[in-house]
Ligand binder design. Structure first.
Ligand code: NAD
Length: 247
């Protein structure tokens, strides 16, 4: 039996990188998946390459409450229920020290990376509570330590961890587990487009394995948190960071 047979899942930011790897492993394990993303070309390309009718794409901006409601409605309308949600959509944002970080740059990252997770859970939790299930929020190692020139990103990811711990407590006895994960630096377009090769090499050296992680390595942890194999795990934060935080 596949691990997510008869389960319905949402993956936000599912058209690229970590979200795409999560959507792929969910589909492989039998889930029906609603992939949402702001990039409709990449989202539709992904769906068109999926076999069967196991996935749909919804164009949605995670920083919009209405769009988050639309994603949950699409899951229920197309697949009849909602059991798992992965709030993954995120951006890197402006690279500047706090005194030079623009107000717009701050607000944009907080809107997508933190408010987006709240809006997602606000609509997902009541629906998942009807049948029981699991929410996984994609934070970062920067949800527990600082990083130069990335204050908005670091603050948003710390916020996601706090939000997760609280929602985990609020919904544990209502049948919904809520956890956050903290990836180290992972080979995705977010890193590849934002950082030059020298910076990527330096960041690789900050992991015990002396390399960046791969999206599939993050997706395996998310799969475990999505299934009942992690039935006693909630309100928690799991690094998947190649040893970064231990240094
Ligand atoms: P990515 O750029 O490959 O994928 C992010 C996806 O989110 C893209 O498809 C993008 O179109 C989508 N997106 C961006 N803004 C959106 C919005 N407003 N609404 C809906 N979708 C939107 O990046 P990734 O590395 O796969 O990042 C995924 C998540 O993982 C992010 O939350 C990121 O902060 C987190 N993360 C990444 C790393 C890393 O090193 N790559 C490390 C830790 C955490």
């Amino acid at each position: 039996m596949k691990q997510l047979e008869n389960k319905v899942a949402i993956v936000t930011g599912g058209a690229s990188g970590i979200g795409k790897a999560i959507a792929e492993i969910f589909i492989r394990e039998g889930a029906k998946v609603v992939i949402s993303d702001i990039n409709d070309k990449a989202g539709n390309d992904f769906i068109n390459n999926c076999e069967g009718n196991n996935a749909i794409f919804v164009k949605a901006d995670s920083s919009s409450p209405k769009d988050n409601e639309k994603i949950v409605e699409a899951a229920v309308a197309n697949f009849g229920a909602l059991h798992v949600a992965v709030n993954n959509a995120g951006i890197g944002g402006e690279s500047n020290p706090v005194g030079e970080l623009s107000i717009e740059g701050w607000n944009k990252v907080i809107d997508i990376n933190l408010n987006g997770v709240f809006y997602g859970m606000h609509y997902q939790l009541p629906e998942i509570a009807k049948s029981g299930g699991s929410i996984i929020n994609v934070a970062s190692i920067l949800g527990s330590v600082g990083f130069m020139n990335s204050a908005a990103y670091v603050a948003a990811k710390h916020g996601v961890v706090g939000l997760t711990k609280t929602a985990g407590w609020e919904y544990a006895t209502k049948g919904v587990r809520v956890n956050a994960i903290g990836p180290g630096f992972i080979e995705t377009p977010l890193i590849e487009n934002a950082l030059d090769k020298d910076t990527q090499t330096y960041l690789a050296s900050q992991h015990a394995f002396q390399r960046l992680g791969r999206p599939e390595e993050v997706a395996e942890l998310v799969l475990w948190l999505a299934t009942e194999k992690s039935s006693f795990v909630t309100a928690s934060y799991y690094p998947v960071d190649g040893g970064y935080l231990a240094k």
